[in-house]
Write a protein that binds this ligand. Structure first.
Ligand SMILES: [Zn+2]
Length: 472
């Protein structure tokens, strides 16, 4: 109860005159108000800092109105792939169907009870319980999921205004969003989102797999495929081929498909893989995920290599999906950060060429391996998303683990937000809070001075991002 009465007081104060102390109290969970004075000193500066998100996805208005169950499903990594647990199209039919359709599909596939079981477990995660408390502070409502969703739906009547208030609350100044995950929407929805979050500036990154998706179904020769792939790539990098804008880097999702990525320069091997794809294309939907990935493995190694060469020429970074989940359609065991060593090296003619590689998602849960790869190879960066925000309070320990090995100059803040804007907000809120807590240890332990702590936070939260992508 103490939590709630404090929160109400702060919000009342903040809405009339947003003094710093009100803002600070609102951003620090009561647990942390008992921290040492060094934390208070650091947090006061860090909380007011700008924030750049180096890897995230767009928000659309499809979640403007929601239910507690639907919200859990959309925000959770284990929840949103629920359609993939059923034959293709069945879940969408159930979700959008009338009572009779749902009844029929429930009898056939037991959808309702499976979804109920999933959302029950999602609701029992500490992440959700903690997020609920944080959101109740933001809204000034009871700290229950039902009350929070009711308050959110109220704000959902001016959804873009709500989204904007979340971005401003944690001070986002730049985001780089990956246009490879669009849920069927296009340029208009991207532009609406980018406009809604202003004055935060939006930059885009394109996914290799999105180009491949445009071309893999075409009955053309390998030569023709290669020419078209390269033309699209150059338009994305040098023209406005990323939904009307230039791409500030590229993204690859190859690791979960094939594991160890060895660069491939040999056109003949790639061409054989293209021909195998042509022969099996119509059967792919029914193939298991490993068999399907094997057919295109060499072709994808080739497109990856072509793309990384072009990135290298322009000094553009390549983000590579590492660690993390998206079960049940990815192959979890393939996502080991060490499987990126050959592309980090990118050696040719006895020379390491050092393209800028950003393994995504902190390599989570292999955070130590991703950190160590970045420690050893100067051109390998470290990105904090998925771990931020999903490990919540334990970000304090995880950030410590990262900073024990990775140079501060290579750590990039990111959220990997998708679907709902609260992921952006909670990532910023927890990112700043627990980074401050981690850096407090550095100050108290004597490894960093106060000024070095503040500079480290600036670098991680926005400066490294701006210099890497040359945003200024
Ligand atoms: Zn992502």
């Amino acid at each position: 109860m103490q939590v709630r009465s404090n929160a109400n007081m702060e919000i009342a104060e903040a809405s009339s005159a947003p003094t710093y102390s009100a803002r600070k109290l609102q951003h620090v969970h009561p647990f942390l108000q008992r921290q040492q004075p060094e934390f208070e000193r650091i947090f006061e500066v860090v909380d007011a800092m700008p924030l750049d998100d180096t890897h995230c996805h767009l928000v659309t208005d499809r979640d403007a109105l929601t239910t507690p169950k639907r919200f859990l499903e959309r925000i959770s990594l284990a929840g949103y792939p629920v359609p993939f647990y059923f034959p293709s199209g069945v879940y969408e039919q159930w979700l959008n169907g009338d009572e009779a359709t749902r009844h029929l599909l429930n009898r056939q596939y037991d959808i309702q009870s499976k979804v109920d079981e999933m959302t029950y477990h999602l609701s029992q995660s500490v992440f959700i319980k903690f997020l609920t408390k944080e959101m109740s502070q933001f809204f000034g409502c009871e700290p229950t999921l039902e009350a929070v969703i009711e308050a959110r739906n109220d704000r959902g009547r001016d959804y873009w205004g709500y989204v904007n208030s979340l971005f401003r609350d944690v001070n986002y100044e730049n985001i780089i969003h990956d246009t490879g995950y669009m849920e069927g929407v296009g340029r208009a929805e991207i532009e609406t989102f980018e406009k809604a979050i202003e004055p935060c500036r939006s930059h885009r990154i394109a996914r290799i797999e999105a180009i491949q998706e445009e071309l893999f179904g075409l009955e053309i020769t390998f030569d023709e495929f290669e020419a078209r792939y390269t033309a699209r790539l150059l338009d994305i990098m040098d023209g406005n081929g990323n939904f009307g804008k230039k791409s500030v880097g590229m993204k690859s999702y190859l690791l979960p498909d094939i594991g160890l990525i060895r660069p491939l320069y040999d056109r003949k091997t790639a061409s054989n893989s293209w021909n195998r794809l042509r022969k099996t294309y119509s059967d792919r939907a029914l193939m298991d995920r490993e068999a399907s990935a094997n057919i295109t493995k060499d072709l994808c190694r080739y497109t990856f290599t072509v793309t990384l060469e072009e990135c290298l020429k322009r000094d553009l970074p390549m983000q590579i999906h590492t660690g993390d989940g998206e079960a049940p359609y990815v192959i979890l065991r393939n996502q080991d950060p060490f499987y990126l060593e050959e592309v980090v090296r990118f050696d040719k003619n006895n020379m390491l060429r050092m393209p800028k590689i950003i393994p995504l998602h902190a390599g989570y849960p292999s955070v130590g391996k991703a950190s160590w790869l970045s420690h050893l190879y100067p051109n390998c960066y470290f990105e904090l998303s998925i771990m931020t925000p999903f490990v919540h309070q334990s970000l304090y320990e995880r950030y410590k683990q990262v900073l024990e090995a990775v140079p501060i100059s290579k750590v990039l803040f990111a959220s990997d937000s998708y679907h709902v804007p609260e992921l952006f907000w909670i990532s910023g809120r927890w990112g700043k809070r627990y980074l401050s807590q981690t850096l407090t240890d550095s100050l108290v332990g004597g490894s960093l001075t106060f000024d070095e702590v503040i500079e480290a936070a600036r670098m991680i939260l926005y400066k490294n991002n701006r210099s890497l992508y040359k945003l200024d």
